[in-house]
Design a protein around this ligand. Structure first.
Ligand code: HEM
Length: 453
């Protein structure tokens, strides 16, 4: 008998389909459903999803060059009202133009120039902590990554205004929680969640407008001083490249604003979550933390890691890689089929929404020994014969994370700067649990006690 042309569908319950099981244990449910096959059909009230757990199919979808897949409707809905005109939510030609406009701000050379700023901001943050103080770990890491992003990509000092961005991120993330009561209510209904979201977005938009106006003013002054017409050319930060594209008539002001918002939101919480999970894992594995300290002692003489010392910090790189495997901040990438497609031998209709969950593939026993164990050493000279898309924390293909190099540089440098100065003792009585929102957030928040060396 040949393979059925429709993917398997685990048992659900009338009306709610698979939603109840998902809301009880989202990540456990996904893993169990993935056990049913490489492509599985799931029903949620009003929505159908196809869960993919085969790396070859993930690769086929992400690298599709024929326009068979596009951005998922779910993703556009999640960012509606805040990033509608950003690279994160657009498709087709518009997306290509936005991505091309941003690219000069993300070349390796440009990003590498931010190394000192990352180290400086990390030292500044550590200096705010007293020995023995209890900190809200995730919040402190968010403040750190946001200060870094603002200083580098926008060339602004955001200190004191960080909550404007944090509030908007929180409102966006809360709204994306599929377990939220009222999740099925349309976005235009002014529920308390929606009202809070809109207030936070207005404040953030105002803040970005003030930054843009300040940048314009600074550029005008510089032009007047130099008597030259072109001032932006000397800068390559994201703010400049977007404003230049605006001046050339390629981007509207709203597109400039939405893309800056996208960078602040996409770039701060993801990196902050990675650092939070690094510290959680290092607290559970003090031997690994000690080996990081020893690596710093050997290779970072003055306690200020740089591009050269990073070359030698192999254990740091392995700790970050392993943290991103176990706790991928972007735990589920999505796409939508633009036409009827055949995938893994199954036929899917046009409009099919695909879940490509990093969470599931990064923990798949077919590709990882002891998948739930934290073992940075598995990355040492890693030559395991596993498919490329068994591990894809930054996604892949043309839409892969534009900030990947920035994020890796920041995580390696910030970690090395921190472990050399402090140990953060994480207080967790329960095993970690997470909210299934657009980012893999810990529930409840994680606190830590600062121990200075
Ligand atoms: C550990 C940190 C990070 C992780 C794990 C991460 C992961 C991801 C993933 C999985 C995607 C989805 C790509 C897709 O749909 O195929 C993405 C997109 C994106 N990321 Fe990141 N990211 C991180 C940090 C950053 C940083 C630091 C920035 C900016 C400075 C950034 C900016 C973006 C943008 C703009 C997109 C949308 C790209 C597009 O659709 O063309 N990310 N990221």
């Amino acid at each position: 008998m040949g393979q059925s042309t429709t993917p398997p569908k685990p048992d659900g319950v009338p009306l709610f389909g698979h939603a109840l099981e998902f809301s009880r244990d989202p990540f456990g449910a996904l893993e169990q459903w993935a056990d049913r096959g490489d492509l599985v059909h799931l029903e949620f009230p009003g929505e159908t999803f196809y869960l993919v757990s085969d790396p070859e199919i993930v690769e086929e979808v992400l690298h599709d060059g024929d326009g068979r897949f596009t951005i998922a409707a779910q993703q556009q809905r999640a960012f509606a009202g805040i990033e509608d005109h950003a690279v994160t939510t657009t498709a087709g030609n518009r997306w290509q133009q936005l991505r091309r406009a941003l690219q000069p701000a993300f070349t390796r050379d440009t990003i590498d120039r931010y190394a000192d700023a990352i180290v400086e901001q990390t030292i500044r943050r550590i200096e705010m902590w007293d020995d023995g103080e209890e900190i809200d770990l995730h919040r402190e890491m968010r403040l750190l990554t946001l200060d870094v992003l603002a200083e580098t990509l926008l060339s602004v000092d955001i200190r004191g205004d960080e909550d404007v961005v944090l509030n908007a991120t929180d409102a966006l993330i809360d709204r994306s929680d599929p377990r939220r009561p009222g999740q099925l209510v349309p976005g235009w209904v002014p529920t308390p969640t929606e009202r809070r979201f809109r207030r936070a977005v207005t404040e953030l938009d105002d803040y970005i407008d003030r930054c843009l106006e300040a940048r314009r003013e600074a550029d005008r002054e510089k032009r007047a001083r130099n008597g030259s017409k072109n001032t932006n050319k000397t800068r390559t930060d994201a703010c400049s490249v977007l404003l230049e594209a605006h001046d050339r008539g390629e981007l509207t002001l709203e597109e400039v604003r939405h893309n800056l918002v996208a960078l602040l939101l996409a770039g701060s919480d993801t990196s902050a979550l990675s650092l939070t999970y690094c510290w959680h894992l290092l607290h559970e594995h003090p031997d690994v933390r000690r080996s990081l300290v020893a690596e710093c002692d050997e290779h970072v003489g003055d306690g200020r890691p740089d591009l050269e010392s990073l070359e030698h910090l192999e254990t740091h790189r392995n700790v970050v890689a392993e943290t991103l495997r176990l706790y991928p901040p972007a735990w589920n990438t999505m796409r939508k089929a633009t036409e009827p497609v055949t995938l893994g031998g199954y036929q899917l209709p046009a409009g099919a929404e695909l879940l490509l969950p990093q969470w599931v593939l990064h923990r798949d026993e077919r590709f990882w020994d002891s998948p739930t164990a934290f073992r940075p050493s598995r990355w040492e000279g890693d030559d395991a014969d596993r498919p490329q898309y068994a591990y894809f924390p930054f996604s892949g293909g043309p839409r892969h994370c534009i900030g990947m190099h920035f994020a890796r540089l920041e995580l390696h440098l910030a970690l090395a700067t921190m472990v050399d100065r402090v140990a953060l003792e994480v207080a967790l009585e329960e095993p970690l649990t997470f909210a299934p929102t657009i980012a893999l957030r810990p529930e409840p928040e994680i606190t830590a006690t600062v121990r200075r060396h």
